[in-house]
Design a binder for this molecule. Structure first.
Ligand SMILES: NC(=O)C1=CN([C@@H]2O[C@H](COP(=O)(O)OP(=O)(O)OC[C@H]3O[C@@H](n4cnc5c(N)ncnc54)[C@H](O)[C@@H]3O)[C@@H](O)[C@H]2O)[C@@H](O)CC1
Ligand SMILES: Nc1ncnc2c1ncn2[C@@H]1O[C@H](COP(=O)(O)OP(=O)(O)O)[C@@H](O)[C@H]1O
Ligand SMILES: [K+]
Length: 496
């Protein structure tokens, strides 16, 4: 599990650690790690052209000390001093090592730009001249390494309010910051490398966590000798309509591939015909009324993909939500719930899986506001509605109102394709039916779905059905069987 923290949490931990160490120790540790990462990225340090963007705080200090180390190894290092003041000791060390002060035009010629404008001390959008320098770094031809956090990205939330540095690599000090894991910030951070400065023992409960393969593997149910299809978990799927048949096929497919012992599908004639044709494995009930009376016993329901939003769909939704098992509500189900929140008054657990537009309708908050601060809005919705929320999109986050949220880092933008959300519903529903709680089912489903998306896409377009097809390969991969190598060994990064 990778743990991530807000800027305030990091600052408090740093204060506690600093009180026990000689002055300047942490910055030396940070600078040594930063210089090593820059050297790694450059390959050859001697004669490399390096430009430091140096802000007025300790983030600039980190950059200056690292620049001094690179200069001593033969790099030609220039520093653009952007603040009204500059870290004095850092600048002295830098000049002493042969570094020189330069103007912003040097960015264009640099093999490597080091962004030390601002770190966790930043507030609000970048002011000038920082904003212009951040933009220039983003369009420069060379590599860009951000110190601690890309300047312009809010370390705690990932919010980006103006110009921000787009980094090849972010070298972050002491612990991951939440804003490096959640878009839009994550997209600016590039790969992320953690430098250990000894902060571990001083860190509180994390703000957010990102599961790794072993964490997901440990939670995934596996059949045992005594298993039978009923005991493994039966999922009910109330999805699809005469207008939208594909959603039903994809949700059932995701569920079958994610290990449900059995899937019971309930719907009207057009989707019933399609589900039967695609999935002879599913047990299908043709509904002549919006009721689940004749569907048989299930351990969880998926409700909503392609269901429609008329009276029939509303009645069926009410019937499913009146059951005493966990219900995952997606797509049209979310529209119904947004119109009639009383549907959510139930004792058994609820998992909502909106994208930003659906959460916007549900909570009456603008879509852009949600996309700018995904974690905050997922948390608010979970707290207000008393449910677990999986918010889909470029970074999928899962919140249940208590404790650290989960952030999924396996996704790929190839998943931005119609129907992939229906597959996710099926995968998460299957995990609910197999006995996982909403929070674990949602985060494990997001992980597997993201990984299945990568495997299915392999750098080219995918169709939603391919994602369902790749779910077993993703499950094998988290078990350590032929996991694709995505990040260099020893480098703790979030390659996208
Ligand atoms: N505190 C510590 O123990 C350590 C801190 N370290 C580094 O220190 C950084 C934090 O340093 P600081 O607390 O000095 O803060 P920063 O260096 O992140 O930022 C503070 C400076 O930026 C200016 N500023 C703030 N918001 C701005 C905006 N929107 N536009 C333009 N300028 C803005 C402030 O006026 C101030 O000069 C960390 O991110 C990390 O890089 C590391 O050296 C490790 C140890
Ligand atoms: N830019 C992106 N990067 C990564 N994943 C994405 C991106 N855009 C969408 N996704 C993922 O693709 C899926 C789309 O689901 P959804 O919006 O419900 O589409 P649909 O309703 O067509 O199935 C979600 O799992 C979402 O997280
Ligand atoms: K920075």
């Amino acid at each position: 599990m990778r743990t991530a923290y807000t800027a305030d949490q990091i600052r408090a931990a740093e204060r506690a650690l600093m009180a026990e160490l000689p002055h300047g120790t942490l910055m030396q540790r940070a600078a040594a790690g930063l210089a090593a990462a820059c050297a790694d990225l450059l390959g050859r340090v001697y004669a490399a052209r390096v430009v430091l963007l140096v802000g007025g705080g300790d983030n600039g200090g980190d950059a200056l000390y690292a620049g001094a180390l690179l200069a001593r190894r033969g790099a030609r290092v220039g520093a653009v001093l952007a603040g009204s003041r500059t870290h004095e000791a850092g600048l002295a060390a830098f000049l002493d090592a042969g570094g020189r002060v330069t103007g912003g035009e040097a960015i264009e010629e640099a093999d490597l730009v080091v962004d030390g404008l601002v770190g966790i001390g930043a507030t609000g959008a970048l002011r000038e001249p920082y904003g212009a320098l951040a933009a220039a770094a983003g369009s420069a031809p060379g590599l860009v390494v951000a110190v601690d956090v890309p300047s312009g990205v809010d370390a705690g939330t990932g919010r980006v309010e103006g110009p921000a540095v787009r980094a090849t690599l972010t070298v972050t000090m002491g612990a991951y910051k939440t804003g490096l894991l959640v878009d839009p910030g994550a997209a600016y951070a590039g790969a992320v490398e953690l430098v250990d400065i000894g902060l571990g023992p001083y860190l509180p409960e994390p703000d957010a966590v990102a599961q790794e393969a072993a964490d997901v593997h440990a939670l995934l149910p596996r059949p045992v000798a005594e298993s039978d299809k009923y005991r493994r978990g039966v999922l009910g799927v109330a999805a699809g309509s005469d207008l939208f048949t594909g959603a039903a096929v994809l949700a059932v497919g995701g569920a079958l591939r994610a290990g449900a012992g059995m899937v019971r599908y309930a719907g009207t004639s057009a989707p019933v015909t399609q589900v039967r044709a695609h999935w002879p494995e599913a047990v299908v009930t043709l509904l002549d009324a919006p009721s689940i009376e004749h569907v048989g016993r299930v351990q969880a329901w998926v409700l909503g993909p392609g269901l429609g939003t008329g009276d029939w769909a509303h009645e069926l939704a009410a019937a499913v939500l009146a059951s005493d098992v966990p219900v995952l509500v997606d797509a049209d189900g979310l529209t119904l719930v947004a119109r009639d929140r009383d549907l959510l008054r139930r004792d058994a657990p609820v998992l909502l899986t909106p994208h930003a537009g659906e959460l916007s309708r549900l909570m009456g908050v603008g879509r852009d506001a949600i996309e700018a601060a995904r974690l905050e809005h997922a948390r608010d919705a979970a707290g207000e509605l008393g449910v677990t929320v999986l918010l889909k999109g470029s970074t999928t986050v899962v919140a249940d109102g208590a404790g650290p949220a989960r952030v999924n880092t396996t996704g790929t933008s190839w998943l931005a394709a119609g129907g992939t959300g229906d597959v996710l519903s099926g995968v998460a529903g299957a995990l609910l039916a197999q006995g996982l709680g909403c929070f674990d089912a949602a985060s494990c489903a997001a992980y597997l779905h993201g990984l299945a998306g990568r495997l299915a896409a392999a750098g080219a377009p995918l169709a939603a059905a391919d994602v369902a097809e790749a779910v077993p390969a993703a499950i094998r991969a988290v078990a350590g069987r032929r996991e694709p190598e995505r990040t260099p060994p020893g480098r703790r990064s979030f390659a996208r």
